[in-house]
Design a protein around this ligand. Structure first.
Ligand code: LRH
Length: 468
């Protein structure tokens, strides 16, 4: 039986890729076809994404894929969450999308909270507070020059799908990161839209993963574009090779998304106080998690040090003794780009977050890398313990997926801090989740998430780290 082919476009904050997903019998595998950078650019006084570059590179990858695999059956697109473009009434992008690391949204948070207090926001949208959630970014746009001309607010993966199909929709899992969705009804919240003065007509209608969005002729023969969990984290969670339901997860890329999968949201005051989020996953599952700092901290240091070999650096970090300094990886002072080694050293110097570890200020690249990895591992363990307390569930093991699953030191330290085994991999959980949701929609993969994950557990090479 020949493999069936599905194209995954997966773009994260630090890079994009187009992959061919091959689904055959009980197995699924990926062939990388094209990788490209996703640099932040500064234009018109804001940090932005170069959307035309992303669109071009997506097309380049898809055309290459279609040449190699003309039988490709469908395309699915996922990207990072929360960011959007404004389209005018003719469907033209008014400006490249502002990036969530731009500081403008943080400046209007107090104004927004004066209109709708944070506890009322949480009661409707169930989200953790993050200063760049779409609703704050929209409030910043409302004060800007383009707002009067905006006819559509379109999330980044939906913008790419629009360029391919001409159809405007908002995919549900990503809509749940905007802060404007009612987490119980899973519809746009008319109440929040009214109070925040955002016309409902600006937001395209919702669409769930597994629906065919439209067809593109951009590759030659017409190919359907299938809506997947277009929030990369939603696809990553589909791509967790779990074989039980008592697992915690860390989806570790630019961010670490750390939490549990639940059947329903947890909207208690304690969950809000602990800053947990209830994002909507594929098949209506709830991703009860926290955004914890991620590889961004390390990537930004590497950029500052002119990209030394990461494996050598991590080996040197692993050789350092345990018990060194740790920082609060969620410190908002670490969100913006630039000067990361100095900011981490300052966080150690000024911080009281080292749990009494009384660390010396790290100065060498190895010491800084170790400080970052120690801090991430500690934050993962702490977050999963909190998640278990808040939900009354047991976490018997942790699935660590995404780029961070390659980092053996991080996996080992996470198992030690959490006191439960860590199963590392797949690195490309997001692209796999993207492919499997398409494959299922086209009758090439099983119906339930549990069966899809069984598929993956069989097909993936995973590493297991026992706590010591
Ligand atoms: C991870 C991610 C995360 C969001 C952030 C903006 O890539 O999508 O889930 O909170 O980017």
């Amino acid at each position: 039986m020949a493999a069936r082919v599905f194209a995954a476009v997966d773009i994260g904050a630090s890079g994009g890729r187009v992959m061919a997903g091959l689904v055959e019998g009980g197995s699924v595998s990926l062939r990388p076809v094209h990788r490209f950078a996703n640099p932040l650019v500064e234009t018109a006084g804001s940090l932005r994404w170069d959307f035309d570059h992303l669109h071009r590179e997506m097309l380049r990858g898809l055309r290459r894929l279609a040449r190699a695999c003309p039988e490709v059956e469908s395309i699915g697109i996922d990207t990072w969450a929360v960011d959007f473009g404004l389209l005018d009434a003719a469907g033209e992008l008014l400006a490249p999308p502002v990036a969530y690391r731009d500081g403008a949204a943080a400046q209007v948070v107090d104004d927004v909270h004066a209109t709708v207090p944070p506890e009322e926001l949480f009661a409707v949208n169930g989200l953790q507070f993050l200063p760049f959630t779409t609703l704050y970014q929209l409030a910043a746009q409302q004060r800007g020059l383009l707002w009067d001309r905006a006819a559509h607010v379109v999330l980044v993966p939906d913008l790419l799908a629009y360029r391919l199909t001409g159809r405007l929709r908002t995919e549900l899992t990503n809509a749940s990161t905007t802060g404007l969705l009612d987490v119980r009804t899973r519809r746009w919240s008319d109440e929040l839209l009214r109070r925040l003065d955002i016309p409902r007509g600006l937001l395209p209608d919702l669409e769930t993963p597994g629906t065919v969005r439209g067809v593109t002729g951009a590759l030659g023969a017409p190919v359907p574009v299938t809506t997947v969990g277009s929030h990369d984290t939603a696809s990553a969670v589909v791509g967790i090779p779990a074989t039980t339901d008592s697992f915690g997860y860390v989806s570790c890329g630019t961010w670490s998304l750390v939490g549990l999968e639940l059947p329903a949201p947890v909207l208690t005051p304690d969950a809000r106080a602990a800053n947990f989020t209830n994002e909507i996953g594929v098949d209506g599952r709830v991703r009860f998690l926290r955004n914890v700092g991620g590889l961004w901290l390390l990537q930004e240091c590497l950029r500052e040090w002119n990209s030394p070999d990461i494996d050598d650096l991590l080996a040197a970090a692993a050789a350092l003794p345990p018990g060194g300094p740790v920082i609060d990886v969620d410190d908002p002072a670490l969100i913006a780009p630039g000067n990361m080694p100095a900011r981490i050293a300052a966080a150690v110097r000024d911080g009281d977050s080292d749990g009494g570890r009384g660390g010396r200020v790290p100065r060498t690249p190895a010491a800084l890398a170790r400080c970052i990895v120690d801090s991430l591992a500690l934050a993962y363990a702490h977050t999963l313990r909190r998640a278990a307390d808040l939900t009354g569930r047991k976490v018997e093991g942790i699935h660590l997926v995404g780029g961070g699953s390659r980092n053996e030191l991080l996996c080992r330290l996470t198992a030690n801090e959490a006191g439960v085994p860590v199963v590392a991999g797949p690195v490309e959980a997001t692209a796999l989740g993207n492919v499997l949701v398409q494959a299922r929609a086209h009758g090439a993969a099983p119906a339930t998430l549990e069966d899809l994950r069984e598929h993956l557990a069989r097909a993936s090479t995973l590493r297991r780290y026992e706590p010591t």
